[in-house]
Write a protein that binds this ligand. Structure first.
Ligand code: CAA
Length: 403
């Protein structure tokens, strides 16, 4: 087992908040032209977590789907990590609740990781090394990226909210994506572009500055990656070597700006020409779900595998993860032969269609209810969620979940 070189994503599972808001309706309520949200930002619908859903229930649901999709027993999991920036406790990790709900055995490393939207990628890259080094002793890692993006009613960030989780089963059988950790380019810089103080349920963001920070970090990580693959004097349009690219997607337009930046670093100032071909398929699910923070890049990857009209098996793809604050990584992988079939079997279009389309008044009620959700016993609360895992309230200062 020592020195395993083939490592990556064996299977994926996706969960989304079971409510949704159409951005056209939100725009009308905020007196904004709908085209600003739909075309200007590139998102048409955002998922909303209902009161019986939180980071834990979304993570448990996504993890169940990832295990089910691969036909893997929970007993094979030897590392369970949840990357999140919407933690439910300062001490107890989301991963421990997930362990309990799924029945993951005790001989398992269980922990949470945080670095804004990069937190899940950090856990995944550590998990890859854990498998590659032989420390896994034949076990698999379950890495779940789970978040509820929340900026508050009437803020510029409001149309870029979302709620969801993406679980990644990491092993030496990378049926979805074999990842090449050795050429992952990294970039980190202490900036205050987006943050959420301990006392606040809503994130604070310096919106336009955060866009610039994202692009700076992308440039740094991408150039590092090019250097690592020995392409300092990169041929023009270096990124054409990839069959597709998936970027972190806070909103679709950001991925367009990201791609234009990569192409300009490739010496191609007509970056938009290759956008539909290389990036387009990765944006369908993010446009229908919104920003899911840690899971965003992996939702984009799922979208790529679901929406691409091309057979991607054996083809290389580039991925970019950005976490405000900041840390970013540009890494690459090769699509597995079963990847597109497996993702189709997840029935994600049906999952999205099953969401409850909320009126703006109902969505605002949910937003206000979340203010006190983490302190209330939940008595009398209507359990809207169609998920099998439910957060029922806080009793004796303990969060209570039911199946
Ligand atoms: N029709 C079509 N397009 C329109 C339009 C209309 N009627 N009106 C405006 N637009 C376009 C604008 O031209 C603009 O496009 P460009 O960027 O290409 O110029 C786009 O719509 C957005 O318009 P504004 O910039 O005026 O919008 P805003 O200032 O109200 O808010 C935002 C935009 C700053 C991104 C805000 O949504 C925000 O703060 N979002 C949260 C922060 C964020 O997502 N940052 C991304 C980088 S950080 C990151 O990635 C980490 C993370 O996940 C948070």
């Amino acid at each position: 087992m020592l020195g395993t070189t083939e490592v990556g994503i064996e299977s994926i599972g996706v969960a989304v908040g079971s409510g949704s808001v159409k951005l056209e309706a939100l725009a009308a309520a905020r007196n904004v032209p709908p085209s600003k949200y739909v075309d200007g930002l590139g998102t048409h619908t955002m998922s909303v977590a209902m009161p019986s859903e939180d980071t834990v229930t979304l993570a448990a649901q996504a993890a169940t789907r990832a295990l089910g999709n691969a036909g893997v027993d929970v007993g094979t999991v030897g590392l369970l990590a949840v990357g999140t920036e919407t933690a439910v406790d300062h001490s107890k990790p989301v991963a421990s609740f997930v362990q309990g709900l799924l029945g993951v055995p005790s001989r398992c490393r269980v922990f949470e990781t945080k670095h804004a939207c990069y937190g899940g990628t950090a856990a995944m890259l550590l998990a890859l090394d854990w498998v590659r080094s032989g420390s896994a002793r034949g076990k698999k890692a379950l890495v779940v990226c789970s978040d509820i993006a929340r900026y508050g009613i009437g803020t510029p960030g409001e149309p870029t909210q979302g709620a969801g989780a993406v679980a990644l089963l990491i092993s030496d059988r990378p049926s979805i994506l074999r990842i090449d950790p050795a050429t992952a380019g990294v970039f980190a810089k202490d900036v205050s572009d987006f943050w959420r103080p301990l006392y606040s349920k809503d994130a604070f963001v310096d919106g336009h500055y955060s866009v610039q920070c994202y692009l700076d970090a992308l440039g740094g990580a991408y150039l590092h990656h090019r250097e690592l693959v020995g392409a300092n004097d990169a041929p023009a349009r270096f990124s054409d070597r990839y069959a597709a690219l998936a970027y972190h997607v806070p909103y679709g337009k950001m991925a367009r700006k990201a791609h234009r930046h990569v192409r300009s670093l490739d010496g191609d100032d007509a970056g938009d020409d290759s956008f539909d071909r290389l990036v387009g398929p990765s944006l369908a699910l993010p446009a229908a779900v919104g920003n899911v923070y840690t899971g965003s890049l992996y939702l984009a990857l799922t979208s790529l595998l679901l929406e691409s009209k091309v057979d991607l098996a054996g083809k290389p793809v580039g991925l970019f993860s950005y976490g405000s604050g900041s840390c970013a990584e540009f890494f690459t992988g090769t699509v597995g032969s079963e990847a597109q079939d497996r993702v189709r079997r997840l029935a994600i279009p049906e999952l999205l269609a099953s969401r409850e389309d909320l009126s703006i008044a109902a969505y605002e009620d949910v937003m206000r209810a979340r203010e006190t959700l983490d302190e209330s016993s939940g008595e009398g609360r209507v359990l809207h969620s169609h998920h099998p895992f439910r957060f029922t309230g806080v009793r004796d200062h303990k969060r209570v979940y039911e199946l």
